[in-house]
Ligand binder design. Structure first.
Ligand code: EPU
Length: 422
């Protein structure tokens, strides 16, 4: 087993390169199943979720070759199975995107119910509604989801809630359907736009991604033969912004799209840090005491739920009381108990975290309860006095590339250490 050990109390200073976006990559890799041919996907984050997804594609008959750790060539000309292996799909949430992609191209697909971070109930009713509207039948049996159709026909689908996963899955399913599909009340995250851009580059006809209404005109086939570069990770960028605030540091994040960070930087400015925005890079500088702010998580362009735990750490060290309202997930405050072990003062009332600022955090042994919680604990460990040990770091490796190397380059004293579980 591995853990991270951090000797904290260091100001983080310097530059950090942002990797490709995890949540775009895990939709674009299965989208390659739609292509009757080859494609190259570049700027992939080197993380365990990406590696697992490539294993799923291989098991379905795709040829997958890593040209570099961040660039993969996928050839889906000879797909031999439409049943994804449950031992892999159970490990992470995004495995359900093979449903939309395989349904679209082969009119049949099966996956096990997906795993992923425990953030509360994670229903898939909107995915099912979308597939059924296009003419598919959906069977749920023994923990498996099977979708099949004789023919898929475009139609209008109104999403009852804004869902990233359902928007992506329906987009994938509709690409090769006959006629026009419109998704109303669609999610607008940068990874939705990135998936549409990838599919269009390979021959699809998708318009309106990034707005509430996406129009997909079915095409006969996707021919590929192109290279595509994944968008920078807005959440990784935000994580380093919060690390700068919590450690009273000065960090420049490179290779980001600063426009994607608008809701985060608006709150940072309200806290009182200095931000310099240069379109594809951003400098953040702590310039004296930071103030408490209130935050409500919302679908894009609102404040991202995936930045909520990391932001909580920065707010723990602000003057005064901050309130975070989590409106997406029912159980995303499990990290608060871990931060309280480090001297934070957070109380949870239903979907609200009330954070009373403290002067400092103190190192402690803590557990990463999910991916973003793990990132929050790294930030807390860097800012805290003394030594922090973080366990369950496999959650962090699912979504952050070379995380300890990136923190080390900013001056953090952080090591990955092997240990035997007793
Ligand atoms: N929901 C439904 N029915 C559905 C689908 C979703 O009720 O059919 C609800 C969910 O329970 C939730 C809300 O709708 O309350 C939003 O869920 P969404 O479908 O947007 O989430 P997701 O696609 O499962 C993705 C990210 C999450 C991120 C959310 C929200 C991926 C692989 N995961 O999940 O990322 O929190 O969107 O932005 O893209 C992370 O990266 O740490 C992470 C958890």
């Amino acid at each position: 087993m591995e853990k991270l050990v951090i000797h904290g109390g260091t100001r983080l200073v310097g530059q950090v390169q942002i990797s490709g976006a995890k949540n775009a990559a895990v939709a674009i890799i299965p989208a390659a199943l739609l292509i009757d041919g080859e494609c190259i996907i570049d700027n992939l984050p080197n993380i365990s979720d990406v590696k697992l997804y490539c294993e799923i594609l291989k098991s379905l008959g795709a040829k997958v070759e890593f040209l570099t750790p961040n660039c993969v060539k996928i050839d889906s000309s000879n797909i031999t199975s439409t049943i994804a292996p449950s031992e892999i799909t159970r490990k992470f949430r995004a495995s359900y995107y093979v449903l939309g992609a395989l349904l679209s191209r082969f009119k049949s697909a099966q996956v096990s119910f997906p795993g992923g971070c425990d953030l509360g109930t994670r229903p898939i009713d909107q995915h099912i509604k979308g597939f059924e509207t296009l003419g598919a039948q959906v069977e749920i049996n023994g923990g498996n989801i099977k979708v099949f159709a004789d023919k898929l026909t475009g139609d209008s689908i109104y999403m009852d809630i804004v869902s990233v996963g359902a928007t992506m899955n329906i987009m994938l399913a509709a690409v090769l359907a006959e006629g026009v599909t419109t998704i109303e009340n669609a999610a607008k995250e940068p990874h939705i736009v990135d998936l549409a851009n990838f599919l269009n580059t390979m021959g699809a006809n998708i318009k309106g991604a990034g707005t509430d209404t996406i129009k997909i005109t079915g095409v006969e086939k996707l021919t590929g033969g192109k290279m595509y570069s994944v968008v920078p990770d807005q959440i990784e960028a935000g994580t380093f912004l919060m690390a700068a605030v919590a450690t009273k540091g000065d960090i420049t994040i490179k290779n980001c799209i600063t426009a994607h960070l608008a809701s985060i930087t608006a709150k940072l400015e309200e806290m009182g840090v200095e931000i310099t925005d240069n379109i594809d890079e951003m400098r953040i500088r702590y310039v004296g005491d930071t103030s408490a702010v209130n935050i409500k998580t919302l679908p894009y362009p609102g404040f991202p739920t995936d930045m909520q735990p990391q932001t909580a750490v920065a707010l723990c060290l602000c003057k005064g009381r901050s309130i975070i309202n989590e409106s997406i997930w029912s159980s995303r405050f499990q990290y608060a108990f871990e931060l309280n072990k480090m001297g934070a003062n957070i109380s949870i009332q239903d979907k609200m975290a009330i954070i009373e600022g403290v002067d400092e955090l103190k190192g402690a042994p803590v557990y990463a309860t999910d991916l973003r919680a793990g990132a929050a604990l790294i930030i807390a460990g860097c800012s805290a006095k003394g030594t922090t040990e973080i366990f369950n770091i496999e959650h962090i490796d699912r979504g952050y590339e070379n995380i300890e190397e990136k923190f080390k380059a900013l001056g953090a004293n952080i090591e990955r250490v092997e240990y035997e579980e007793k």
